[in-house]
Each structure stands twice: as C-alpha cells, then as structure tokens.
Design a protein around this ligand. Structure first.
Ligand SMILES: *[C@@H]1O[C@H](CO)[C@@H](O)[C@H](O)[C@H]1NC(C)=O
Length: 233
C-alpha cells in the first residue's frame, strides 16, 4: 500500500510539473531529424477556433516547421511552416493549406519575428499576424474541427503522429513565447501579445505555465544571457 501511494505521488509530480518559461528561449542549434520540444496542451478535443502565437529567430532559407500540431489521422492538422523567405504555409485539417505572403525581415538585427496564426472553423478563415500586423485572410478547411488527441511539437514537422521527421524541414534557431488559445483573438489582443503587454495567456498552451519535454539537441536558455545588460555600455 505504501509503495502504491509513493508511486501515485511520483505520477502526480511528473504529471503536474508546469514551468514558467518567461524570459526563456528554446535554441535549436543544428539541422537534425531528432531535436524537438513536445508541448503538452491543457485541453484537447473539439477545438473549433485557434490562435497560436510565438516569437522566433532563424536564418534558414530552406523550408522549416515553426509549429506542428498533429492528430492520429491528420499530421498537418494545424501546421505553421516557413516555406521560404516571404511565404508562410498555414495548414489546417486533412490536406488544405494557404501560402500567405509575409513581409521579409529587413536586413538589420534583431532577427526576431513575432507571428500569430488564427483560424475559425465556421468561416474557414485563416490569417497570420506578423509583428502585430495582419496579412490577408484566406479560406482553409471550412467546417473542420480538431476533435482528436493532439500532439504539438516545435523543431520538427510531423509526417505521422509524433514522428516522421525530415531534417530538411527541421527548425534551426530560437523560439520563445509560445501560446495557443481555443478562440480567435481580436486584433487588439494580438497587438497586446506582440507587445507582451496586458494579455490573457493561452488557455491551451501557456508559456508561463508550460509542460514540455526536450528531445535531442535543444537548449533551454535565459534570454538575458544574450544581451548586454547595463553597466558595460
Ligand atoms: C468558434 O467561433 C465561432 C465564431 O466566433 C463561435 O460561434 C463558436 O461558438 C466558436 N466555437 C467554439 C467551440 O468555441
């Protein structure tokens, strides 16, 4: 009995270990087919409206996966994929996607881009928001519902549920501030998220209360280590 209680206690620890990742970033240092971060959602099943936001920095010119959400039957159920500089492919549902034009990063530092992808089942309208500014709205998989188990990965594109990785679609660079909501945020809400000011954290994924697993060569670092702090200027 004592052993059983101890076992249940251990399960409780591993199941409930959410971490505040504020000020932290995941660095994916090299091209690989083995490095990824699995993010555990706070809810799944019957998600009809989606907003995903994150911040990233990469200097890849090849295609790379920014956010891969798969279900057992649909590997690209919600996928944000950098197709090439200037085009982001937003996949929703079984096979549909839109290639959405986004302004290319200026050739100045910092390299960070903030991106949000929104999608609403009833109209099928999907849209990207780059640094708080909206792109065109495109119809993708109208009527689709995320009503299965979901698996969310950063760093790799899933070509089957939880696997099927190709190194030439892997992400190399930095990712931070990942949030996901089961509703479409208003433009003002998105600007709030972009400015990291007075926003409601994601209710499906919350960067400030994240359960995650690191696999392979991924480094979790403090962003403060990457800037000159006052005193040296
Ligand atoms: C999704 O959004 C539509 C339109 O805003 C709304 O009518 C519907 O109730 C939402 N569905 C869910 C499950 O939240």
């Amino acid at each position: 009995m004592e052993q059983l209680l101890f076992f249940i206690f251990l399960l409780g620890i591993s199941a409930g270990s959410a971490e505040d990742l504020s000020g932290k970033i995941f660095t994916f240092p090299t091209t690989s087919s083995s490095a990824f971060v699995k993010l555990k959602p706070n809810m799944e099943g019957d998600i009809q409206n989606v907003t995903v936001c994150l911040r990233y920095a990469t200097d890849l010119s090849r295609g790379n996966s920014l956010f891969s959400l798969a279900t057992p039957t649909q590997f690209n159920a919600f996928l944000i994929f950098n197709l090439k500089p200037g085009i982001v492919r937003l996949h929703v549902g079984p096979t549909a996607y839109a290639d959405i034009w986004v302004p290319q990063a200026k050739e100045v530092l910092p390299l960070w881009t903030h991106i949000c992808a929104t999608w609403e089942s009833s109209t099928g309208l999907g849209q990207l928001w780059i640094n708080g500014v909206g792109t065109v709205r495109r119809g993708i998989s109208k009527g689709f519902k995320l009503n299965e188990k979901i698996n969310i990965l950063l760093g790799q594109d899933q070509d089957y549920f939880g696997g099927g990785f190709a190194s030439d679609q892997s992400f190399v660079g930095q990712i931070s501030d990942v949030h996901m909501w089961n509703y479409v945020l208003s433009p003002c809400d998105i600007v709030g998220v972009y400015n990291s000011f007075n926003f409601t954290p994601g209710n499906v994924l919350n960067w400030k209360e994240m359960q995650y697993e690191l696999h392979g060569y991924v480094i979790l670092e403090s962003e403060s280590k990457m800037h000159c702090q006052s005193g040296y200027a």
